[in-house]
Design a protein around this ligand. Structure first.
Ligand SMILES: Cc1cc2nc3c(=O)[nH]c(=O)nc-3n(C[C@H](O)[C@H](O)[C@H](O)COP(=O)(O)OP(=O)(O)OC[C@H]3O[C@@H](n4cnc5c(N)ncnc54)[C@H](O)[C@@H]3O)c2cc1C
Ligand SMILES: NC(=O)c1ccc[n+]([C@@H]2O[C@H](COP(=O)([O-])OP(=O)(O)OC[C@H]3O[C@@H](n4cnc5c(N)ncnc54)[C@H](OP(=O)(O)O)[C@@H]3O)[C@@H](O)[C@H]2O)c1
Length: 461
C-alpha cells in the first residue's frame, strides 16, 4: 500500500528526542509544504528538559488507578478563542519525569542520532560513554538548531494538542497556546498527516490491587515520576515499590537521607544482587496496606512481616495515555499498548497517523531514527506498507505473544533488529534522502556496556 497522493502538511506532537528526529528527517526528505511541531512545555527536549515552569497536579489515585486528564474543549465557532487561562480541573502531567542526578543508561553512540554522534560531555569514567540529563538536553537543543535554515517548518512552544479528529482526508487539531499575559489562545489547524511523539512516560502507574491502598492519605503516596530531591525523606522510613531502573534509582537517591528504606519487588530481576547498604532492606510484594491514626501507614508483605512507613514511593512505571485522541478512537490505547499499530509505528486503520518513540530498546534514539526515516519515505509516497491484513497479522502476533502487558514495548535487541529490517522494507531499501545507518561492531559493544552498567548500578542495593 503506497500513498496515491503524497501528503503536504504534517503535525508533530511533542518536542522531545522523537519529535527532534521526526522534524529533522521530514525536512531532509524535502517533499512537504508545511511541518508544525507542537510542544506543550516552554522548552524543547522532552524528559531531558529538567526545567519545569509548571507544576503537576497532586497525585489522585482512584479505583481505576491514576487518571490522566480528559480534554475539556471550549466551544468556539471561529478559528480562535482567547480566554483567561485557568488550571485544568483535571490531572495533567506536564512536567518532566526526569530528575536531577539522573544518568543515561544507554551510551553516547546509540543515544544520539547518526548525523551527530557526540554529546557535549561525558561523565566519568569517560570511556564508559554515559552522561547526565543536562548534557542530553543540550545535545537535543543543538540538534533542533540543525534545521534552522529551512523555511517550511514551525515550532510552537507552550502549545498543547488537546484534540485530534479527522474530517474527510484532513486531521483537525485543537490547540491551546499559553500566552505570556496568563491568557490562553485556543485555535484549530488542519493537517494531512500527524506524527505522535508525546512520550510514553507521562502518566504514572500505581497498582490498586493492594487492599487498603485507596484509603491511604494521599500525602503518604509518592511516585518516582515526581522525584526532584530527597529532602522530604530525611529521617523517614520509606518503602520503594518496584525494582527496575526507577526503583534502583529511588533506592540510591533516597537511602542516604532516609532512616530506613525497604524495597518491595514482585519479581526479582537478576540486576538486584546484594544488599550492602546498611539501612536498606528487601521485601516481597505487598499484601495489605493500612492507614494509621498517626498519619503513618502500616504495610504487610507477602512474607507476613509488617513495617510502618512514613512514605510509599511507587517506582512501578507508567501507563500510556493519549487524551487528545479520545474522540478520534476511544479504544486507541489499553494503557499498555496502542491498538493496531504496525511495526509499533503505523496505525493500521489510518496510516497517516504515525507513532514515533513508543518502544523502548537498547538501541534508543537509533530506533526513533529508523521510525522517522520510514515515516518520511512513506509520507512522501516513496515507501510502501504491506496490505492491512498483513499489518494486522503482524500486530495480532505480538498481542498473542505479550498480551496486554508492559512488556509489549520493552523490546530485546533481536526483536529490535527484526523491526529495523521490516522498517527498511517499508522504506524501500537502505539508500534514500536519509540513509538507514547500519550498526557497527562498536555499537554492539556499547549495548553490552549499557547492560553491564545497569547491573553495576543494581549491585549497590
Ligand atoms: C526517568 C527516565 C529516564 C530515562 N532514561 C533513559 C536513558 O537513559 N536512555 C534512553 O534511551 N531512554 C531513557 N528514557 C526513556 C525516554 O523516554 C527517552 O530517552 C526519550 O526521552 C523519549 O523521547 P520522546 O520524544 O519519545 O518522549 P519525551 O522525551 O517524553 O518527549 C515528549 C514531549 O512531548 C510533549 N507533549 C506530550 N503531550 C503533548 C501534547 N498533547 N501537546 C504538545 N506536546 C506534548 C512533552 O511535553 C514532551 O516534551 C528514560 C525515561 C525516564 C522516564
Ligand atoms: N536513565 C535512567 O537512569 C533511568 C531512570 C529511571 C527510569 N528510566 C527508564 O524509564 C523507563 C521506566 O522505568 P521504570 O523503572 O520507571 O518502570 P518499569 O520498567 O515499568 O518497572 C516497573 C517496576 O514496577 C513493578 N510493578 C509494575 N506493576 C506492578 C504491580 N502491579 N505490582 C507490583 N509491582 C509492579 C515491576 O515489577 P516486575 O519487575 O515484576 O515487572 C517493575 O519492577 C524505562 O525505560 C527505564 O529505562 C531510566
Amino acid at each position: 500500500m503506497r500513498l496515491d497522493r503524497p501528503v503536504k502538511t504534517i503535525a508533530i506532537i511533542g518536542g522531545g528526542p522523537s519529535g527532534a528526529i521526526a522534524l529533522n528527517t521530514l525536512l531532509e526528505e524535502g517533499e512537504f509544504e508545511e511541518i508544525v511541531l507542537f510542544e506543550r512545555r516552554d522548552q524543547l527536549g522532552g524528559i531531558w528538559n529538567l526545567n519545569d515552569s509548571k507544576s503537576d497536579s497532586a497525585l489522585n489515585l482512584t479505583a481505576e488507578g491514576v487518571k490522566d486528564y480528559s480534554p475539556n474543549i471550549p466551544v468556539f465557532e471561529s478559528n480562535e478563542l482567547i480566554r483567561e487561562g485557568h488550571d485544568s480541573p483535571h490531572q495533567k502531567f506536564y512536567g518532566t519525569a526526569g530528575y536531577p542526578g539522573m544518568r543515561t543508561n544507554v551510551t553516547e553512540d546509540l543515544m544520539t542520532f547518526s548525523d551527530d554522534t557526540k554529546w557535549p560531555r561525558l561523565i566519568p569514567p569517560e570511556e564508559a560513554g554515559f552522561t547526565n540529563a543536562e548534557a542530553v538536553h543540550a545535545y537535543l537543543l543543538k540538534y533542533f538548531e540543525k534545521v534552522k535554515s529551512k523555511a517550511n517548518y514551525k515550532i510552537e512552544l507552550q502549545t498543547s494538542v488537546e484534540e485530534v479528529t479527522k474530517a474527510g482526508d484532513k486531521f483537525q487539531l485543537v490547540l491551546k497556546k499559553d500566552l505570556s499575559d496568563g491568557k490562553e489562545r485556543w485555535y484549530k489547524q488542519q493537517f494531512d498527516a500527524v506524527i505522535i511523539a508525546p512520550g510514553n512516560f507521562n502518566v504514572p502507574f500505581i497498582p490498586t490491587k493492594y487492599p487498603g491502598i485507596l484509603d491511604v492519605n494521599k500525602d503518604v503516596l509518592f511516585h518516582s515520576r515526581f522525584y526532584k530531591n530527597n529532602k522530604q525523606f530525611t529521617n523517614k522510613t520509606v518503602l520503594v515499590v518496584g525494582s527496575r531502573v526507577s526503583g534502583v534509582d529511588m533506592v540510591k537517591l533516597i537511602s542516604p537521607v532516609a532512616k530506613e528504606l525497604y524495597i518491595s519487588h514482585r519479581s526479582t530481576p537478576s540486576t538486584i544482587k546484594s544488599q550492602n547498604l546498611s539501612n536498606v532492606w528487601k521485601k516481597p510484594d505487598i499484601s495489605k496496606v493500612e492507614q494509621r491514626d498517626d498519619g503513618k501507614v502500616s504495610v504487610q508483605f507477602k512474607d507476613d512481616t509488617e513495617v510502618v512507613f512514613d512514605y510509599i514511593v511507587f517506582a512501578t512505571g507508567y501507563q500510556l495515555s493519549f487524551p487528545f485522541l479520545k474522540k478520534f478512537d476511544p479504544d486507541f490505547t489499553t494503557g499498555n499498548r496502542i491498538n493496531n499499530l504496525y511495526l509499533h509505528t503505523f496505525y493500521t486503520p489510518d496510516p497517516l497517523l504515525i507513532s514515533i518513540g513508543l518502544y523502548v530498546s537498547s538501541l534508543s534514539y537509533r530506533a526513533f531514527e529508523y521510525q522517522a526515516i520510514t515515516a518520511a519515505r512513506f509520507l512522501s509516497g516513496k515507501g510502501e506498507l504491506p496490505s492491512k491484513e498483513e499489518q494486522q497479522k503482524w500486530y495480532n502476533d505480538r498481542v498473542d505473544q505479550y498480551g496486554d502487558s508492559k512488556d509489549f514495548y520493552f523490546l530485546n535487541f533481536d526483536e529490535n533488529l527484526d523491526i529495523f529490517d521490516e522498517l527498511i522494507n517499508v522504506g524501500g531499501g537502505i539508500e534514500g534522502k536519509r540513509r538507514y545507518f547500519v550498526l557497527t561492531e562498536d555499537q554492539h559493544r556499547s549495548r553490552e556496556a549499557a547492560r553491564r552498567r545497569l547491573e553495576g548500578l543494581a549491585d549497590t542495593i
